[in-house]
Ligand binder design. Sequence first.
Ligand code: XIL
Length: 335
Amino acid sequence: MYGCAVQLDWLNAEANLREEVLAQCAQLTPELAFKWLAVEPRRGELDFAPADALADLAAKHGKTLRGHTLIWHRGTPAWAEASLRADKDWTLLERWLASIMPRYAASVSEWDVVNEPIETGHRQDGLRQSVFLEAFGPDYLRRALEAAHALAPRARLMINEYDLEYPLQEQRDRRYCLLKLAERLKAQGAPLHGVGLQAHLDLRKGHIDAAAVTRFCRELAGMGLVLRVTELDVKERDYAAPAAERDRRVADETRRYLDAVLAEPAVLGVSTWGLSDRHSWLTVGADDYARFPGAWTHDDGPGLNRGLPWDAALRPKPMRDAIRSALGAAQAQKS
Ligand code: XIL
């Protein structure tokens, strides 16, 4: 199953993008609309209009919607963070879950309950020192899953995490900590059903560790968890190479990664974090420009990272073919 993250404004403003997204994707992920920060920027003023509109679009076109994301240290409004720190009031979190989960019971069958709970280098258990950990201790994950399960008893509940791919000590530690976390939660009987692998690949970090990725997926699956690649894209290292070469490098890394992940049959599908390079959160930053002075005049121009399957003019790139063939091969193997 292929899907991508979307912002409804872009789909509304650009008919060709909307058409391509609807033609290509079985599943949509709201890039922003479901985040607490977006829904309730001021206390008590909940605005579900953008999320409702996206749910309507998905329903109209027979697309499933990923519930991304309920509890995220970077997706929490400032007022809520301050309040959680001051009062350590669990009902505040519960009210947020209760406001959004039942509302989308019909359109969302899979929720990222906690996003990015791991951070290495601070605590033995590798839990991120977020406001949630500070307010409620390590048990907040189990409690959040229980609360979510009570509100959406049929939904698949997931933890979604990044930086799990490269042969770097930090990422080895992250994989280990996430496995241990999943193991603890399962041992406690928490309703954790799956793990989302964000997969923001990064050519500046070298190549992914295929054997480690496959092993990691197998261990998670061994706990009875399903997996999904949730936010695939590729940050480039060298913006000075010709566009075709850049596209080849992006596609090669994508293929390497998907072959490693999809070796595990418990992987349900792959979503990219956007469809077209035109709308990627991976922007080319000042540091990138500084590394390639004078490299910005060739054919396809400067400015855009080419790490999504369709280019800025909505032409499919080799990355699209890499995803398609990896998914096709995995499908063939299953049947
Ligand atoms: C990002 C969006 O793409 C940005 O537009 C927004 O400003 C911040 O969030 N991991 C996640 C996603 O789980 O929700 C993030 O999305 C990217 C990193």
